[in-house]
Design a protein around this ligand. Structure first.
Ligand SMILES: [Zn+2]
Length: 230
């Protein structure tokens, strides 16, 4: 029998969220990628994945990787909804800044009931995206598909709009805000060469008035963009 869906442990919820994040592009997640993502030893991942498969949350094909089952995906999206509504509420209603909410939401997502989250969502008039631009799953478990590339994949001369940024690193978020690399901003890619494979962009629409910024490649891979001319 499956454990009661309301009493999943924090670590089960974190694993399902991690598998969701790593398989969003369509490929299964390797146990080493999961270990990396969760900051734990590969051996402990192997044991946990076995338990999750026995409970019906994931499918694990040896040497191929881990995927969520439909019920695992439903659970992952519930946790992601709680996380993203909490972040939005903290910013919109309690005056938190966008670099200050992720750690708080990481804790609260495991404690808040779905009822509390739905009330917060109603208070916010059902927001579609969190403060970092990430889509918020609906109450029914639907989520906008991730059809975005990253700034690291953009070509020279392309104009792209920043749609979302990864939210884990507070210092990085403060830097992005300080230089104006925030969701809704359009940038022009100046060049994509350089020793670290980084990207140089002009921020701001007006020719001549743009500020030029060098974005190192690790950061460019964490900025999701849409081609505005496509
Ligand atoms: Zn977050």
């Amino acid at each position: 029998m499956k454990p009661d869906e309301h009493t999943l442990s924090r670590s089960v919820e974190d694993y399902l969220k991690a598998v969701y994040a790593l398989t969003e592009g369509g490929d299964p997640a390797s146990t080493s990628a999961l270990a990396d993502h969760l900051g734990v030893q590969p051996a402990s991942v192997t044991g946990m994945v076995k338990r999750l498969a026995e409970d019906g949350w994931v499918e694990h094909a040896p040497y191929r990787g881990v995927r969520l089952t439909p019920s695992g995906r439903t659970q992952a999206l519930r946790v992601i909804r709680r996380h993203r509504i909490l972040e939005t509420y903290l910013v919109e209603r309690l005056g938190y800044t966008w670099d200050d909410v992720h750690a708080e939401a990481e804790r609260l997502e495991h404690a808040a009931s779905d009822d509390l989250i739905d009330r917060m969502a109603a208070h916010l008039e059902d927001p579609s995206h969190d403060p970092h631009g990430a889509p918020i799953p609906t109450r029914a478990g639907e989520i906008e598909p991730l059809a975005l590339g990253t700034l690291a994949e953009a070509a020279a001369g392309e104009r792209v709009e920043i749609r979302a940024v990864r939210d884990e690193d507070a210092a990085e978020l403060r830097h992005l805000e300080a230089v104006g690399l925030v969701p809704g901003t359009t940038v022009t890619v100046v060049d994509v060469t350089g020793p670290d494979g980084g990207v140089t962009v002009d921020i701001g629409g007006e020719p001549g008035a743009a500020s030029r910024e060098r974005v190192r490649s690790a950061l460019a891979r964490r900025i999701y963009v849409r081609d505005v001319d496509a």
